[in-house]
Design a protein. Structure first.
Ligand code: IPE
Ligand code: IPE
Ligand code: MG
Length: 248
């Protein structure tokens, strides 16, 4: 089966999962952490190279302060608790997003856990926290203009590759498969530039219920799709099968 190199997931539906059970929303977020662990291990087994999970968006600060606080506590706890297991599974952890908005303690912990798994060679797990796709493009634009101002690059050297390199995901392949659980069909400001050609998979399954079988179904859906990247389906078929000596 054709396996995506990079899978990006909007983990949505925790709140509704809890509400359906008459539980507080935070119980849904806690159950969601268990799903994260299982999805990471399944990604390792499947040979996925990069898994990017949307944990907290730049818009999620609009939630009630108690929910925001509990989410931060849960994030801190999960980092502390999971780092050993990640190391054991050879998973390199990267936190992407504007972490300057977090408490000093959380920022420090983020630096530490990244250092602890820095030598891992297996799956790269990117957790998007206080992440927004537009923020990512803006911070890349700022970094590039600093280089221009410093005379390190010329304006003509600002190419798509140069912009990609300055994004928070710079150096990693773009997502091949973009999953959103929880039934909504929108991108919610996640990996906007990077997902230009991602295959999108929406499922009604709420994130805490997104089990091994559900993930497998998403992977099967991906494997069954033809990625044309602008070509005709005939061109794509021939080139992908290596039957093409020269482009049509
Ligand atoms: C996604 O679940 C997790 C975060 C945004 C932190 P939600 O909390 O958005 O769950 P619903 O959409 O309310 O069910
Ligand atoms: C997107 O989910 C962000 C995360 C999953 C972290 P939301 O539930 O916040 O998205 P909207 O507000 O419904 O678009
Ligand atoms: Mg939601």
């Amino acid at each position: 089966m054709k396996i995506p190199r990079h899978v990006a997931i909007i983990m949505d539906g925790n709140g509704r999962w809890a509400q359906q059970r008459g539980l507080p929303r935070i119980s849904g977020h806690k159950a969601g952490v268990e799903t994260v662990r299982a999805a990471v291990e399944q990604s390792v087994r499947s040979g996925i190279e990069v898994l990017t999970l949307f944990a907290f968006s730049s818009e999620n600060w609009r939630r009630p302060p108690t929910e925001v606080r509990l989410l931060m506590d849960l994030f801190m706890m999960a980092l502390n608790r999971e780092v050993k297991r990640l190391k054991r599974n050879d998973v390199k952890l990267r936190i992407i997003g504007d972490s300057t908005a977090f408490s000093d303690k959380l920022q420090q912990r983020i630096v530490e856990v990244q250092q602890m798994t820095a030598d891992c060679q297996g799956l790269t797990l990117q957790i998007a926290a206080n992440y927004g796709g537009r923020w990512d493009v803006v911070q890349a634009a700022r970094r590039i203009s600093e280089k221009v101002e410093a005379g390190l690059i010329r304006t003509e050297e600002i190419t798509e590759e140069a912009v990609s390199r300055q994004l928070s995901t710079g150096g990693f392949p773009d997502p091949d498969l973009f999953i959103r659980t929880g039934g909504e069909q929108r991108l919610s400001n996640f990996l906007l530039w990077q997902s230009a050609y991602a295959e999108i998979y929406f499922t009604d399954t709420l994130w805490p219920d997104f089990n091994e079988k559900a993930f497998e179904q998403a992977l099967e859906s991906f494997a069954g799709r033809q990625r044309r990247f602008g070509r005709t389906s005939e061109q794509a078929r021939l080139e992908d099968n290596g039957e093409m000596d020269q482009p049509v």
